[in-house]
Design a protein around this ligand. Sequence first.
Ligand SMILES: [Zn+2]
Length: 469
Amino acid sequence: MNFEVVIGLEVHAQLSTESKMFCACSSDYQEAEPNTVVCPVCMGMPGVLPVINRRAVEHVIRTGLALGCEISSYTKFDRKNYPYPDLMKGYQISQYDLPIASNGSMPIEVDGVRRSAGITRVHLEEDVAKLMHRTEEFGEGYSLLDVNRAGVPLMEVVGEPDLRSPEEARAYLVQLHSILHVRPVGQVELGTKVEIKNMNSYRSVFRALEYEAERQIEVVRSGRRIVQETRGWDEEESVTFSQRIKEGASDYRYFPEPDLPPLRISPEWVTEVQASIPELPHTRKNRFVHQLGLPEYDAGLLTASQSTADYFEAVLTAAPSGPDLSGQFAKAISNWMLGEMARLLNQSGQHISDVRIEPAQVAELQTMVDDSTLSSTMAKTVFEKMFETGLPPRKIAEFEGLVQISDTDAVQTAVLEAIAANPDPVQDYLAGKQQAMGFLVGQVMKATRGKANPRMASQMVREHLEAMR
Ligand SMILES: [Zn+2]
């Protein structure tokens, strides 16, 4: 009997708003002392009222739009009830039957095969407090509670069970991650931080899914039944283990949150949020391939990070004689970005946003290669110095004595090529027609785009012709 793997993922992403979901506490709790970023609302004191964070709602609308979802004009919050020490109020404010966004899809690609994975819904909820379990050496275990995280806005992206292999699940997560990290136009910090519950890397997710697929096939083969449950991933043992038999929705006794009014999302608000969404990574990748003629591989790497893609496009726009969108220039700049730039960033542990080189300087450097002022080897040396100093390429080339006009080898090559390609003028010269030499020197100047020293060029042409007598 053959089995097909069916995977649907639920991904939680913490939203980087300034304040928490329902109170004025700061969302920036990571570095804070435990239980210092709290107030009566997020500590679940009786008699206090929550207030909806508008920015958090906008983040979810934006994500929903980016995932091609419908945005509900009427949505509400619900109480999800369950007793656990990390829940200060005894319930979590979440969204049950009317999520902000639903019915979307996301393109994924595995081994060159493109498919679309359905997105069931995107909803908003609040994060819970953090429990830390400690064990005394000779005593009993105990738990510590840090409320700082309670009430931080959390977005949940629920995917359809459309994924058919751990590879597809990984592609889904990478793609979702790149969409969630797209910053709204004009915003400097990252939009969201993705947290994969209990699994700290794509690799863990991948291995857990592989393990789970095999385990379930074994269970079915042996004639047993698969129970609906929540399983955890043990990184060290590389196994999943049962944590609790899964509660159905009815176990949570969801009911509409009585302390919050229903939320109406006007078409104007949706339009406004839509306008703040920059081009998405996969759309941008396609544009790089079709508009600029870049190979898929280059386009994929460049658009994997928004700042890298932004920098790359800034270089094209800053070309010395106006924006250059030709395939040749784009490929040359892509080579700089994925080659020397990536290498030097990696080596120095810097991010593209720290780079001292102005995009216009990279464009200038490439034009110096194109017009033969610099050989490609020289250009690499210049690039490295630009990376270190932030100085313009021309200044570095002059200072280092790297300008090609004094490079006799390059002129020599052009002279030999001109002689080889023009046997008739060569014969004319050897037969006594002095002016034929002028034509050959002209060919050398043309081949070097006027950058060869004319005197050096004619001297070399004469030497070579005389040597042929
Ligand atoms: Zn608070």
